[in-house]
Design a protein around this ligand. Structure first.
Ligand code: AR6
Length: 170
């Protein structure tokens, strides 16, 4: 059975097969975790993203990790929070599912996610963590092969939310 671990820290440092980037639809970089990943991977990452021609919200694309310890970067575009009745939960869940699907297709055995949409895009963290965990656990339940998941939290607040949700299931 695949594991889900909660880790606090910088996702660009993690030695996993793939890290997920909370990108925007251009896939040409930005602030937050996107900026950190591009800085750590080096300029080849932008060169690899450019020909992808962007990515719709909820979908995912894969590139090499270049200078990162991770072999792959999976770029996904989370929804901007507009109050919760604009299909945000479905789009956020799709980010996690589509990232896992792409990971499986590329032989990834370990993957780390940031808290997609919880920064600049303004998603309420508790709700985002519930959607993320639900989507990941649903995916893992029916997966042909197990993939170990790291929930990489840049703040203690997000880590505490994930730990509470996981403890409540134990
Ligand atoms: N490692 C792990 N998590 C991080 C790191 C890091 N190095 N840096 C920030 N976070 P955000 P979004 C956390 O704003 O809300 C970009 O400009 C952060 O604390 O990076 O999906 C893109 O280009 C927060 O919990 O992504 C888009 O335009 C989480 O990562 C836009 O921001 C996500 O925050 C996407 O916004």
């Amino acid at each position: 059975m695949a594991r889900i671990d909660v880790v606090e820290g910088d996702i660009t440092r993690l030695r996993v097969d793939a890290i997920v980037n909370a990108a925007n639809r251009s896939l040409l970089g930005g602030g937050g975790v996107d900026g950190a990943i591009h800085r750590a991977a080096g300029p080849q990452l932008l060169a690899a993203c450019r020909p992808l021609g962007g990515c719709p919200t909820g979908e995912a694309r894969i590139t090499p990790g270049f200078r990162l310890p991770a072999r792959h970067v999976i770029h996904t575009v989370g929804p901007v929070w507009h109050g919760g009745d604009q299909g945000e939960d479905a789009l956020l869940g799709a980010c996690y599912r589509n990232s896992m699907q792409l990971a499986a297709e590329n032989g990834v055995e370990s993957i780390a996610f940031p808290a997609i949409s919880c920064g600049v895009y303004g998603y309420p963290p508790q709700r985002a963590c519930e959607v993320a965990l639900g989507a990941l656990q649903d995916w893992l339940r029916t997966a042909a092969q197990p993939i170990n998941v790291v929930l990489c939290c840049f703040s203690a607040e997000i880590a505490a939310i994930y730990r509470r949700l996981l403890d409540a299931q134990a």
